[in-house]
Ligand binder design. Structure first.
Ligand code: NAP
Length: 262
């Protein structure tokens, strides 16, 4: 079986990719700055956890040695976003090319190149690095994860209100469904050097999703309309976060919530 390197494999999406790849019998190495203990929630039994830092380049040669394919599920917040996405991916791909890695798969966001939101601009720079790499690449662009939408409602509920962004719909997707498509891509499915978009099974207004969250979790607070400002709000109101033609027949938000609560 090929050796799969999951970069950012201790994160939300990376953990699901790691579990899926192990389940399919791959030899999996996970790279991140912090190596989890074997009783940590991020630890997937069977994976080999190693240190590497995309930004400084430390440890990259060691984790890429012997890898056939890499899946990049790294992330960075705030100012770290451009370091991880723009320079980090360049460090990763240059080193991967030197070490003979055959294929690289990137997890990205739908229509990320059509927004002025700084985090999205950094992701678009990361995508360009993949498109320009001499390695065979596949980019998988996903809609917002169920967890992302949920975190939004949970944060507000702690303050007694459940914020529902006005004039905005989402097409949330289960991370497990995203992981399956990423591992398919790592196995060489789909056209090489191409970008595939995937979305969740349903498009729902933010208010409908807030209502489902409240009814399934019993979360506290009134659902309150919230105008999301700035370039992210503009991107979402323009529907750039939706890919109706690319909906997967995956887990709905309600079913995902119900199984999370159970
Ligand atoms: N959230 C969504 O709704 C959504 C939707 C579509 C696509 N995406 C994309 O999915 C990707 C993964 O998101 P996520 O929420 O799963 O991320 P996450 O939970 O924040 O995990 C990020 C991972 O990257 C690692 N990392 C961060 N900086 C690093 C560095 N300098 N060197 C090496 N590893 C580093 C982290 O480990 P350490 O901190 O230990 O290094 C961790 O393993 C992101 O690129 C995001 O844009 C997200």
């Amino acid at each position: 079986m090929p050796r799969v390197l999951v970069v950012g494999g201790t994160g939300l999406a990376g953990r699901a990719v790691t579990a899926e790849a192990i389940e399919r019998g791959h030899d999996v190495v996970v790279a991140s700055r912090r190596v989890p203990d074997d009783d940590a929630p991020a630890y997937v039994p069977g994976a080999d956890y190693r240190f590497a830092d995309l930004v400084t380049g430390d440890g990259l040669e060691e984790v890429l040695e012997g890898a056939d394919v890499l899946v990049d599920a790294s992330n960075g917040g705030g100012r770290a976003a451009s370091h991880v996405f723009a320079s980090g991916s360049q460090n990763l791909l240059h080193t991967a090319a030197r070490f003979g890695v055959r294929q690289a798969v990137l997890l990205s966001i739908v229509n990320v190149d059509r927004s002025a939101y700084p985090y999205y601009r950094a992701k678009a720079a990361q995508e360009r690095n993949y498109q320009e790499s001499p390695i065979e690449t596949r980019i998988v662009r996903a809609t917002q994860f169920h967890d992302f939408i949920t975190a939004f409602f949970e944060r507000g509920s702690r303050l007694g209100v459940i914020p529902a962004p006005t004039k905005i719909s989402f097409q949330p997707i289960a991370v497990g469904d995203v992981a399956r498509v990423l591992v398919d891509a790592a196995e060489g499915h789909g056209a090489p050097n191409a970008t595939r978009s995937i979305g969740g099974p349903e498009i729902r207004t933010a208010r409908e999703l807030a209502g489902e969250w409240k009814s399934v979790t019993g979360g506290r607070g009134a659902i309150v309309g919230l105008r999301v400002g700035g370039p992210l709000g503009a991107t979402w109101r323009a529907g750039e976060n939706l890919v109706p033609a690319d909906a997967l027949d995956g887990v709905t938000y309600r079913d995902w919530l119900s199984s999370s609560v159970a």
